[in-house]
Design a protein around this ligand. Sequence first.
Ligand code: HEM
Length: 151
Amino acid sequence: MILESILAFLHISAILALVVFITSEAAICRPEWMNKDIVERLVTVDRIYGIAAMTVLATGLLRIYLGMKGSGWYWGNWLLHVKITLFVLAALISIKPTLRFARWRKELRATGALPSAEEVRSVRKLVMLQAHIIPLIPLAAVFLARGFGGR
Ligand code: HEM
């Protein structure tokens, strides 16, 4: 029970970090606020967001393999597959923003140029999309945790 509680704490802490950093990205990635400090900061915030996402995945896997219900019960549960599908979807959507932030910083350092308003707007849409997919995951999680979705 102690291990279960520690794993739950680690999973929730990683989720909180993930939410904090996707929210920061959404808050600062705006055409009207774009300047060189924001370009630099976006790369840092996005890197921490990536680390938080990896930690969410790692702690989720730990809960599957070390949790009391057993990995067989989890892998046979369709709600876990919904969670993982949504998580992978958000991860795939995050690829383009990550590449763009790195390119913006590279161009800024080389030429001093800032990204166009149109480009910032299109990347912001992808950040917002992730920010709206992530809150759906706990819906599957709370039912999964209470035994729904199993055979
Ligand atoms: C942003 C992504 C995620 C969010 C927001 C999230 C959210 C949550 C929440 C809120 C709980 C606690 C549910 C409760 O006790 O009422 C939970 C539990 C759990 N999560 Fe996640 N999760 C995420 C990703 C993942 C991933 C990727 C995996 C698997 C690789 C995973 C596996 C689990 C497992 C096994 C539990 C334990 C369920 C139980 O108590 O039986 N989670 N998650």
